[in-house]
Design a binder for this molecule. Structure first.
Ligand SMILES: *Cc1c(COP(=O)(O)O)cnc(C)c1O
Length: 349
């Protein structure tokens, strides 16, 4: 049998494509003579590559970064050319290297072992990540002189800043290590800055910047305030409105007891959608700008709000979850990165 199309979702994630394009253009301009690329790993930080990639291509982005090989196919299907796409985790197995060769997508080589795997698979143009002091993933500068690196055909030599959003001298120290390291390597392009790194100035821009968070409306540092607009707007439907008498208990483990007769609404979103239990402490949704405080525990698929003072709120209405990332991070204690990448796939994007 053919399965009919599902009905419209009760959980929506509106993506403001204009804001996304404007954010990329702002970051490209702030990158000076460098071009801005785009970090689109984790399904474009949870917003969906199917929408994000075509929007960024239209805006002018020409270099994209994902983390896993499993992320490649949806990005190519969304219109990116294989040579425009880099896989940050590089080649960890011969199968990774074979897939890179088969697709034409370029691996970021992170170690001598990865360099060997890439060469054994036939090699070709790749990128090279230098670890300049984060001690996470990337070639230690002491390995740069190895013959396996000299044998690579390198498009982009890159490194990643650990604390670009912080007032610290770590970025300057990483820059010095990177400058030294790259003199020992032949590469076509050079790249260092993530979103916050763009705000550190032209010394960090090189040929290509790699914003992620800021594209999607996150604000990593005050220097970028005023340049970026919110992109993701979650909305959930009211499934039921009910009356709760004084003393009535709401939700799992009865953590909320009605102090007076209340009107409550049950919404179609929960922690399985990435709206974790930390939202219940001080979190609220909005309906036409009016505040609907979350009461009781967040369930897997549901959240209950107080709509006593919003008497016209009705079953079938959609409510907005305020997702301005700085404020939402303050409310929840989650990072802006976590807030974006947590958004689950039950949201219709
Ligand atoms: C995720 C990532 C970025 C983007 O970082 P943001 O802080 O989101 O701008 C850039 N470069 C690398 C290597 C990354 O892993």
């Amino acid at each position: 049998m053919t399965i009919p199309e599902p009905p419209p979702a009760t959980l929506r994630l509106k993506i403001d494509r204009e804001a996304l394009a404007a954010n990329w253009r702002a970051l490209d301009r702030l990158s000076g003579s460098a071009a801005a690329g785009a970090a689109i790993k984790a399904d474009a930080y949870g917003l969906g590559v199917a929408k994000v990639v075509p929007t960024l291509l239209d805006a002018g982005a020409r270099q994209f970064f994902v983390a896993h090989w499993s992320e490649v196919a949806p990005v190519l299907a969304a219109g990116a050319a294989p040579e425009q796409l880099a896989v940050l985790h590089g080649v960890n197995t011969p199968a990774d290297a074979a897939y890179a060769v088969a697709t034409g997508v370029r691996p970021v080589i992170n170690s001598l072992r990865q360099a060997a795997l890439w060469r054994e698979a036939g090699g070709g143009l790749c990128h090279l990540m230098i670890d300049t002091g984060m001690n996470r993933l990337g070639l230690p500068p002491s390995d740069i002189g190895d013959g396996a690196i000299a044998a690579l055909d390198i498009d982009i030599i890159l490194s990643h800043l650990a604390s670009a959003e912080d007032d610290t001298d770590q970025s300057a120290r990483q820059l010095v290590v990177f400058e030294t390291a790259r003199t020992g390597v032949k590469a076509r392009r050079t790249s260092l800055a993530n979103s916050a790194g763009i705000a550190l100035g032209s010394g960090y821009h090189f040929d290509l910047t790699r914003p992620g968070l800021a594209l999607y409306g996150g604000l990593p540092c005050e220097a970028l305030a005023g340049e970026l607009a919110q992109v993701a707007f979650p909305q959930a439907m009211v499934m039921q409105v009910r009356s709760v008498p004084t003393g009535g208990l709401v939700g799992y483990n009865a953590t909320f007891r009605a102090p007076h007769p209340m009107r409550t609404a049950t919404l179609s979103l929960g922690y399985a959608d990435g709206i974790l239990r930390c939202w219940a402490e001080g979190g609220a949704l909005l309906h036409e700008g009016r505040v609907l405080k979350i009461i009781g525990r967040v369930s897997m698929d549901m959240i209950v709000v107080d709509c006593t003072d919003v008497p016209d709120l009705a079953e079938g209405d959609f409510c907005d979850l305020p997702y301005s990332l700085v404020a939402a991070a303050e409310t929840t204690g989650l990072s802006q990165y976590e807030l974006l990448t947590l958004l689950g796939d039950r949201f219709a994007r």
